[in-house]
Design a protein around this ligand. Sequence first.
Ligand code: ADP
Length: 324
Amino acid sequence: MADIPKEAPEHCPGTQSESAGKASACAGCPNQSLCSSGATRQPDPGIALVKERLSSVQNKLLVLSGKGGVGKSTVTSLISRYLAASNLDKNVGILDIDICGPSQPRVLGALGEQIHQSGSGWSPVYIEDNLSLMSIGFLLGSPSDAVIWRGPKKNGMIRQFLSEVDWGSLDYLILDTPPGTSDEHLSATSYLKGTGITGAIIVTTPPQVALLDVRKEIDFCRKVNIPILGVVENMSVFVCPKCKNTAEIFPASTGGAETMSKELNVEFLGSIPLDPLLARCCDEGKNFLTEMPNSPTVSALNDICNRIIQKCEEEKENCPNNFA
Ligand code: ADP
């Protein structure tokens, strides 16, 4: 997309408008000639590149949360691992575009891995034979490097991530996005609009639903026409690893995610318990599914993922163009 005018006039008709560069308000604007040339109305070539690159990806899922720290990255890694493990014939990719806090390399035990570039693009890092990962974290000098990038640079990185990674053919590409609704979401959704987004999975904790943040996330999806696959409530109850008794650490003061989902007419996909062993596995980059196969967390995940698989199939029937 061409550069946006730096000093837009007060009544700027907008760079995409038919009267861009021609309206009386444009007189004297430093970008008048650029706008009147029509260059600003050309579609971003990145959209076509992304479409072509992701043409062999069946389902593109966004994982969203209203706030940081609710377990979005943890849930992304669990869902991805589950989808890959439940069917070895299916290929799953994770794209970590949480530019300010990329945690997938740590959670998936891939810290310090290097990205290789070949003639066909950047090669993702393989966590399993059918589970690959690309993360901004691989491009940072150290995991603690702060990433303080402004809008255009973030936009450029997301475009590169979406258009230059050589995923091969994927059944699921799962995007771990930053919390909230930021530049990154707008960039990702606008680049993905040519190829279609299967749907969003929204992660929350029980008390967080009392806040406006999750509602804003749902509102964002509706405004930009992203189907909402459903809501996952993370850290719902604490299951003691020893005695198996349960306790509500974060009381669902407003009825929790299930009530909110009903109220907002979105599907409630299920709850994942607060599980200290899960936190430890993620910190150590271990695969929780193989470490603790009989835990209540894995059985909760089983139900959630089966529903996600079904919902993806339903979306395919509803919007076949997204899967062409
Ligand atoms: P976000 O991506 O939303 O910022 P993270 O996935 O990084 O959140 O999780 C924040 C912290 O909470 C991490 O230390 C993670 O291990 C822990 N955590 C997330 N979900 C759970 C859970 N269900 N049980 C226990 N700890 C969890």
